[in-house]
Design a protein around this ligand. Structure first.
Ligand SMILES: CC(C)(COP(=O)(O)OP(=O)(O)OC[C@H]1O[C@@H](n2cnc3c(N)ncnc32)[C@H](O)[C@@H]1OP(=O)(O)O)[C@@H](O)C(=O)NCCC(=O)NCCS
Length: 177
């Protein structure tokens, strides 16, 4: 299902924390995500919470050679309604724009709909993050609307696009491919 370079998802481990903490401290990357940089101890606390949270599924994105290049999460999983939020980042800029993010998103959607039996996955993305929006559209997400939100260290209001994909949309894309 990957139209670019293939990646794999695996469980996150304690060994990944150092690399993830480096990404958490990257101003450009956190800016793209509408987030604020984290200190190492904040990264560790978030990582520990994420791995023990029964309403989240967090995975490492690795190349076929096993190199860690990003992470991807389903968070805020609402087991009754079947909703969850998706968050993804390719940490190393060298690996962006090569189809790897789309490949990881598709693999996570497969897990969401076929393994976890969720009904809907949504995400929020800054409207100026054109590459991310293109990636999500390629994976079958639709735009639902735009809101203005104060994000990041400056606290400036940014336009944020809400996007969603339903299980039925994903099944249709899978059958077609
Ligand atoms: C968003 C992200 C996960 C996407 O993964 P990726 O591997 O870079 O994306 P892909 O290569 O699969 O797809 C990107 C698409 O956007 C297109 N694109 C790249 N720059 C673009 C731009 N400025 N405007 C419009 N489209 C653009 C690419 O051409 C490609 O489309 P195509 O396959 O039709 O040619 C990754 O770029 C990333 O982690 N970025 C930093 C963190 C981030 O922004 N996370 C998302 C927060 S919501």
């Amino acid at each position: 299902m990957c139209d670019g370079e293939t990646v794999l998802l695996r469980q996150l481990t304690e060994h990944d924390l150092g690399t993830m903490a480096r990404w958490d401290a990257d101003h450009e990357l956190t800016g793209l995500m509408g987030e604020t940089v984290r200190t190492e101890s904040e990264s560790r606390a978030r990582f520990t919470k994420l791995l023990s949270d029964r309403n989240s599924l967090a995975m490492a994105i690795i190349t076929q050679d096993g190199l860690l290049i990003g992470d991807i999460e389903l968070t805020e999983i609402a087991w009754r309604s079947g909703d969850a939020e998706l968050v993804v980042r390719i940490g190393d800029p060298e690996y962006r724009g090569r189809g790897m993010g789309s490949c990881a998103v598709r693999a996570m959607l497969e897990a969401a709909f076929e393994r976890l039996n969720l009904a809907r996955v949504y995400l929020r993305v800054c409207a100026d993050n054109r590459r991310a929006i293109r990636c999500y559209l390629k994976c079958g997400f639709r735009r639902e609307g735009v809101v203005r939100r104060k994000l990041g260290p400056s606290g400036d209001a940014r336009r944020v696009v809400l996007m969603t994909i339903m299980r039925s949309d994903f099944a249709r894309i899978e059958i077609a491919s």
